[in-house]
Ligand binder design. Structure first.
Ligand code: ADP
Length: 396
């Protein structure tokens, strides 16, 4: 079964074609600047050179049709009939979706109903579904939710300290994101360990531009750092992570901004970017500056690592212990430097870093020593493959 995986953002569309039986990646690419001047599509058919075309994409439907055109033009498929299914990444499933589902009109309506919880993401996801329905009528589609894996959290973990009535009326609660990644990585850890998934306590640190930590106990997510939206939790690339809610009101007054203006500050001008006095949101730049002794970079990276450390401590308590810790996503997979800063502070858990192994980049690897009490792994995430797997499972 050939599955087209679509991750539709407000101005971008990422895509992959995966043979779900062999799990082979056949084709991948990205449409950028949809609805903005200078839009372009770039793609790589496995084994061939990357192709980039600058071409107008006034809306998402044009982007999807360009993706389909690229698939046939590059010879990856002879005709669109060869695409058996489409798997859509959907950011917010609210409380409606605890697992992936085959898309029908009711599903689209339910995704739209929770759009106010993810106003930047869900409408774009629905546009992606509609565009595929128009251009590939009759092709079955599956929705895979970022929030679904976290729906197993107990009430004590997902409720905020707000009036219960507010939760009941408005569904204001912790949902968590990056669920597809946390699920994929925690399962992979069990596989590497050679132990049943439901027998392990694992903490997954998904550290990328967006970053979150989750606690997975006996195969179920019991807590995660992101909340109602992906703004809560860790300090991220440009996002503040958790702050005292009163900061918003204070900044409105001090900076003479409205709420939207402050939210922009919290989402786009904060995190390690803001903390480093705007050196960069990219950990490669921050790492270089840190090593040179740049105080701004040191401040930002140390604050980031401290937050990860605190979540690991908290989730060890939440699970009454931890067997494995996994690092994944851009920073988690590639930065031995950041990993070491965190692992070296886990002595209280009996964790020891294997400095040689920890030099690894983007590969599955045990990075703790043989006598470390908790095993620490680098596990590259693969959200697209996880989406293709779910799509295949539901439709085969
Ligand atoms: P997202 O999907 O949230 O945009 P990614 O998981 O792709 O983020 O992570 C992107 C981030 O990974 C980059 O901003 C960069 O900070 C970090 N990164 C990528 N490669 C490296 C590397 N070799 N060393 C350190 N950090 C890296």
């Amino acid at each position: 079964m050939k599955v087209l995986v679509i991750n539709c953002g407000s101005s971008s569309l990422k895509f992959q074609l995966i043979d779900a039986e062999t799990e082979q990646l056949l084709f991948k690419g990205l449409c950028e600047r949809i609805g903005i001047d200078g839009s372009q599509i770039s793609y790589t058919a496995t084994g061939k050179d990357k192709v980039t075309k600058v071409t107008p994409m006034p809306e998402h439907k044009t982007a999807v049709s360009l993706v389909l055109e690229a698939l046939t033009e590059s010879g990856v498929v002879k005709s669109l009939d060869e695409i058996d299914a489409v798997g859509h990444r959907i950011v917010h499933g609210g409380e409606n979706f605890t697992k992936s589902v085959v898309i029908n009109e009711d599903v689209v309506k339910a995704i739209e109903e929770v759009s106010d919880l993810a106003p930047l993401h869900n409408p774009a996801n629905v546009i992606g579904i509609r565009a595929c329905q128009d251009l590939m009528p009759g092709t079955p589609m599956v929705a895979v939710f970022d929030t679904a894996f976290h729906q197993t959290m107990p009430e004590e973990a997902y409720l905020y300290g707000l009036a219960y009535d507010i939760y009941k009326k408005y569904k204001i609660r912790r949902y968590g994101f990056h669920g597809t990644s946390h699920s994929y990585v925690s399962k992979k850890v069990a596989e590497i360990e050679g132990k049943p998934y439901d027998s392990l306590k694992t903490i997954v640190c998904h550290l990328g531009n967006g970053a979150s930590v989750s606690a997975v106990k006996n195969g179920k997510c019991v807590d995660t750092s992101m909340g109602l939206t992906p703004l809560e939790g860790l300090i991220m690339g440009t996002r503040s992570g958790s702050i005292d809610p009163s900061v918003i009101d204070t900044l409105e007054k001090k900076m003479n901004l409205n709420t939207a203006g402050v939210m922009n500050v919290l989402n786009k001008e904060s995190g390690v970017y803001g903390l480093s006095e705007n050196i960069s949101s990219d950990f490669r730049d921050l790492e270089d500056a840190y090593i040179e002794g740049n105080k701004d970079a040191i401040r930002a990276v140390d604050c980031f690592c401290y937050q990860v450390l605190k979540y690991i401590g908290a989730y060890t308590a939440a699970m009454n212990g931890v067997d494995c810790i996994a690092f994944t996503a851009g920073v988690g997979e590639n930065s031995g430097f950041v990993r070491k800063l965190i692992i070296d502070r886990l002595g209280f858990l009996g964790v020891k870093c294997n400095d040689e192994a920890n030099k690894v980049r983007g590969e599955e690897k045990l990075v703790s020593t043989e006598d470390s009490k908790v095993r620490v792994y680098v596990v590259p995430t693969n959200e697209e493959l996880a989406i293709a797997r779910d799509t295949y499972e539901l439709l085969k």
